[in-house]
Design a binder for this molecule. Structure first.
Ligand SMILES: NC(=O)c1ccc[n+]([C@@H]2O[C@H](COP(=O)([O-])OP(=O)(O)OC[C@H]3O[C@@H](n4cnc5c(N)ncnc54)[C@H](O)[C@@H]3O)[C@@H](O)[C@H]2O)c1
Length: 341
């Protein structure tokens, strides 16, 4: 039985990662700044654990700050996890409003976690820390800002404080790995979609469209309809985390990997929802309103449109299963409807 620790356990990714770890038989401990019932992920986690016959799951939850204090070092020293998934962050849109806090939380939690794992006696935990496509931004002198697609070796010029913390964190983790201190691994994720409300990122508009369709209300989206961004359905994202964490270190040519799912425009997402919502709500016409002028448009305009994940495919056999809207949209609509009861 693998001992796994999930830090930032109340968020969007954790709401699917924790059930996946539990299903595979792990002993899972959880930590978040908030108590479980105050997190976005509570509904999904409580539903999962109750159906798995484990209604007392919140006893394995610690409410504490992961960016400072003694909670993380104590849990890592006492529980001796074999795998740590560090998911704490202030996301791109929230981080631009609170840049100092974004720097403190994103870098502070990574530093404390790396130091705590480094202090473990062998065998030490592997650390999986998600990065983001926010690591990229317009390259000085490059026509159009970024190549299309963007790949692992595209130079990183982040435009947001969130992106700055992602690039800095990738480099910090790579140093800990290179010097043999911590087996650090990272994924540059695109916008992620599941049934849990997201935490304040630039790609949240897409989540909102799917929620609006299931709730039979019009959707108000904050980006232009021609905005094309990379996305990934959460089951693929969780699988990529588990696969990279399990990968033989000898096969890793780098410590951070781009992973790709699909790259629709906002208009294409709306059309796909309109096509597939008919099955769950016969006769319902989905309407999306695209409202220009939001500050998040400026962030989206600096991000990659499509991604090339050749290194992940080559090194550890990665391949997304949900690579088209026709594959993802029906599954996501069903998932949101089922979880909303
Ligand atoms: N969701 C996406 O679309 C996406 C895309 C790319 C990368 N990522 C990355 O994946 C990771 C997880 O993202 P998410 O969407 O699940 O985030 P989220 O915002 O949904 O969840 C983050 C969780 O961390 C907790 N947290 C915040 N500050 C904390 C602190 N000081 N101590 C303890 N807990 C704290 C929050 O309460 C929240 O439950 C982040 O590193 C994020 O940058 C997410």
């Amino acid at each position: 039985m693998t001992r796994s620790l999930v830090i930032g356990a109340g968020g969007q990714i954790a709401s699917d990662l924790i059930p996946a770890l539990h299903r595979r038989g792990d002993e899972v401990r959880m930590l978040d700044l908030l108590p479980p019932e105050r997190t976005n992920g509570f509904r999904a986690l409580d539903g999962y654990f109750r159906s798995a016959g484990d209604p007392g799951w919140t006893k394995r939850w610690t409410a504490a700050d992961a960016a400072k204090g003694s909670a993380v070092p104590e849990i890592i020293a006492g529980f001796r996890p074999q795998e740590v998934y560090l998911l704490t962050a202030l996301l791109s849109a929230v981080g631009e409003g609170k840049p100092g806090l974004c720097l403190d939380v994103n870098m502070g939690s990574l530093r404390l976690c790396l130091e705590s794992i480094d202090a473990m006696p062998a065998p030490k935990a592997r650390l999986l820390w998600p990065s983001s496509i926010a690591a990229f931004g317009p390259i000085p002198g490059h026509p159009g800002g970024l190549p299309d697609p963007v790949g692992d070796d595209t130079p990183c010029f982040p435009t947001t404080m969130y992106g700055v913390t992602k690039v800095a964190g990738e480099l910090l983790g790579a140093w800990y790995a290179r010097t043999g201190r911590v087996d650090f691994r990272s994924l540059r994720f695109p916008g992620l979609l599941n049934a849990t409300p997201p935490g304040g990122g630039t790609t949240d508009f897409a989540n909102e469209m799917y929620f609006a369709a299931v709730e039979r209300r019009p959707s108000r989206d904050f980006l232009r309809e021609d905005t094309r961004l990379p996305f990934m359905y959460m089951p693929d994202a969780v699988r990529s985390m588990l696969e990279l964490t399990a990968a033989d270190p000898a096969r890793l040519s780098r410590r951070t990997y781009v992973v790709a799912g699909l790259s629709p425009s906002a208009r294409e997402i709306a059309a796909s929802i309109a096509k597939h919502v008919e099955r769950i709500h016969p006769g319902h016409r989905f309407e999306a309103a695209f409202l220009p002028g939001d500050p998040r448009q400026k962030i989206a305009d600096t991000w990659p449109r499509t991604l090339d994940d050749a290194c992940a495919r080559r090194d550890w056999g990665w391949r997304a299963q949900y690579a088209t809207l026709d594959a993802m949209t029906p599954a996501l609509l069903d998932e949101i409807r089922a979880k909303q009861g």
